[in-house]
Design a protein around this ligand. Structure first.
Ligand SMILES: Nc1ncnc2c1ncn2[C@@H]1O[C@H](COP(=O)(O)OP(=O)(O)OP(=O)(O)O)[C@@H](O)[C@H]1O
Length: 255
């Protein structure tokens, strides 16, 4: 392994949709206990890179490494099993189900137990464990037996993120997790991300909300037209220089 601290990495990744080059020779690395911001204008290739990282798309070229081991994801299930948890943009939650049921949704067949082995689906145990799981990641949800439809938008988002963080065991991909949230709720989501970092997860934070990116990330990777045009510690960017990197405006080389 070239760099022992790198947790998740892609090298030289390319992806086309017909004649459109969505990703062009992209290198991207994430370390444990690091929050990396992935930013870029509409169509820059962020969602495509997320899909490659989450196993939803196979890249046309390039390689994927997790824990220094070359991986080929045939489906999102492969990546999930290996420890790559993804919260897609607006993936949300099932409104008619309770908070607890949402936390466990689809998991019985994926992995055994959130906080240890769950032998059977005991409603009470599920509620207790869902609550404890969310609490562990810093989320106080009013009542885990309440249907999600009766929570506020921010609380629903918190449940979706809490679910991702509670189940994660290596990498968490968050695509626009603060979208549509008010300032206080967005602040809570950023706090959840900090908690996840403190637990040693690698977190990828995709967002158009640059103040959130600058506030919560350790490093920022900027994509433009499918290429990485900047990769630097967040402290190296100002709001203005980050915007310029994204748009390519005001840069002497006219990239
Ligand atoms: N299924 C598809 N078929 C054809 N072209 C696509 C498809 N998905 C994405 N593209 C194109 O690939 C490029 C990268 O798109 P992508 O969705 O990855 O960008 P993005 O940075 O996530 O944009 P946004 O911020 O608008 O979500 C764009 O030119 C887009 O039009």
């Amino acid at each position: 392994m070239e760099n022992a601290s790198v947790l998740y990495e892609v090298r030289g990744v390319g992806k086309r949709y017909g004649g459109v080059v969505a990703l062009d020779n992209v290198d991207f690395a994430l370390r444990a206990g690091e929050v990396v911001g992935l930013v870029g204008d509409n169509g820059a290739g962020k969602s495509t890179l997320v899909k490659v990282l989450s196993g939803a798309h196979e890249p046309d070229s390039g390689e994927i490494y997790l824990d220094g081991v070359r991986r080929v994801w045939k489906s999102p299930h492969d990546a999930l099993e290996a420890g790559v948890e993804t919260l897609y943009q607006d993936s949300g939650v099932a409104p008619d189900l309770t908070v607890a049921a949402n936390v466990f949704l689809g998991r019985e067949i994926v992995r055994k137990g959130l906080l240890g082995k769950l032998g059977f689906l005991d409603e009470k145990a599920m509620r207790r464990q869902a609550h404890a799981g969310l609490e562990q990641v810093g989320i106080a949800v009013p009542a885990s037996d309440r249907p999600v439809a009766r929570l506020s938008g921010g609380q629903r988002q918190a449940v979706a993120i809490g679910r991702a963080v509670a189940w994660a065991n290596k990498v968490i991909l968050l695509d626009e997790p603060t979208n549509h949230l008010g300032a206080r709720q967005a602040g809570e989501v950023l706090e959840i991300i900090r908690n996840a970092r403190a637990k040693g997860f690698g977190v990828i934070f995709i967002s158009h909300t640059l103040p959130h990116v600058l506030e919560v990330t350790d490093r920022i990777v900027v994509l433009r037209l499918g290429r990485v045009v900047a990769d630097a510690p967040s402290s190296a960017f100002t709001p203005d220089s980050l915007l310029k990197a994204i748009t390519g405006l005001g840069q002497p080389e006219g990239k």
